[in-house]
Design a protein around this ligand. Structure first.
Ligand code: NAD
Length: 285
């Protein structure tokens, strides 16, 4: 199936990054967020990413202009009604995602593929909120989307071979390396990553080691580009909490249970880089 017009729901960390990836490849891309400030911030993020591309010589001025020309921004889902593919990248809450999928199902033609960037939630639940379960699929991009090479596709038991083939081909066209996971909480990457992050938070919470030593240990000891506490700040503490809860509910394994400190930090509004404070502080530049 030919995919030309892309809709993105959510202009946060991931939605803005994914929109930039598609626009760079020449796709007409419309980004929608309910919050007009989040929408403006998302646009600024894309502009900054293009400016970095210009500074490093990867993009010319004309490229950056062309890419921005591929993008439109809106606050109403109605504007996405002519999309061939819509990728939902809103907050990791099943109830809110279900509403969005039901609404997208109503306003788009039958051929439109509805994808979710969810980190952990069951694709089959999102599929059931629509009349096209065979055209609902997980497209899990990684942060920052323009830089990270991986695209984890998630097929529910109802996803058709044709849908999977279409999004696989598209992912490869975007220059991503594609892996396919079954519809189990956490898929491949977060199933392995989340207990590691949760254990690092518990280590810090217990006073066993400082945040710097935990991060340095994993960077220098295991060649990770970021330590686990730096990583959770980068991902967002709220998103990490939702993912822990989903994994814990699915598997019952105590390693997935959200650490108390994570819960309290989210309650305090310490969400990581995006709020200016998480395990580290990020003063505005
Ligand atoms: P975020 O908090 O940065 O952004 C979420 C955005 O969704 C906000 O701008 C919010 O205004 C918007 N939104 C909420 N409800 C909406 C609605 N009904 N309609 C339109 N917009 C709505 O979150 P994020 O980190 O970008 O995560 C988004 C999704 O991507 C989540 O499912 C998350 O699990 C997944 N994900 C996150 C990461 C990461 O590193 N942060 C990586 C991979 C996948």
């Amino acid at each position: 199936m030919e995919i030309a017009r892309i809709g993105i729901v959510g202009a946060g960390i991931m939605g803005s990054g994914i929109a930039g990836v598609f626009a760079r490849q020449g796709f007409t891309t419309i980004v929608c967020d309910v919050d007009s400030k989040a929408l403006a911030d998302g646009k600024t993020q894309i502009e900054k990413s293009l400016a970095r591309g210009r500074q490093t010589g990867k993009l010319s001025e004309a490229d950056a202009k062309r890419i921005l020309g591929q993008l439109r921004f809106c606050t109403s889902l109605d504007e996405l009604s002519r999309s061939d593919l819509i990728i939902e990248a809103i907050v990791e809450r099943l109830d809110i995602k279900l509403d969005v999928f039901a609404r997208l199902d109503e306003l788009t033609p039958d051929h439109t593929i509805l994808a979710s960037n969810t980190s952990s939630l069951p694709l089959i639940e999102l599929a059931k909120a629509t009349h096209r379960p065979d055209r609902v699929v997980g497209m899990h991009f990684f942060n920052p989307a323009p830089v990270m090479k991986l695209l984890e596709l998630v097929r529910s038991i109802a996803t058709s071979d044709e849908t999977l083939a279409t999004v696989r081909q598209l992912g490869e066209k975007l220059g991503k390396t594609v892996i396919v996971a079954q519809d189990r909480a956490g898929f491949i990457v977060n199933l392995l990553l989340i207990p590691y992050i949760a254990n690092a938070i518990r280590l810090f919470e217990s006073g066993f080691a400082s945040r710097e030593d935990i991060d340095t240990g994993m960077k220098l000891g295991c060649s990770h580009p970021m330590g686990p506490l730096e990583l959770v700040d980068y991902v967002g503490l709220d998103t990490t909490l939702f993912v822990c809860e989903t994994l814990h509910a699915e598997y019952g394994n105590p390693e997935y249970a959200p650490p108390t400190l994570l819960r309290r930090m989210v309650a305090a509004g310490y969400l990581g880089r995006k709020s200016g404070r998480g395990f580290y502080e990020y003063p505005p530049r």
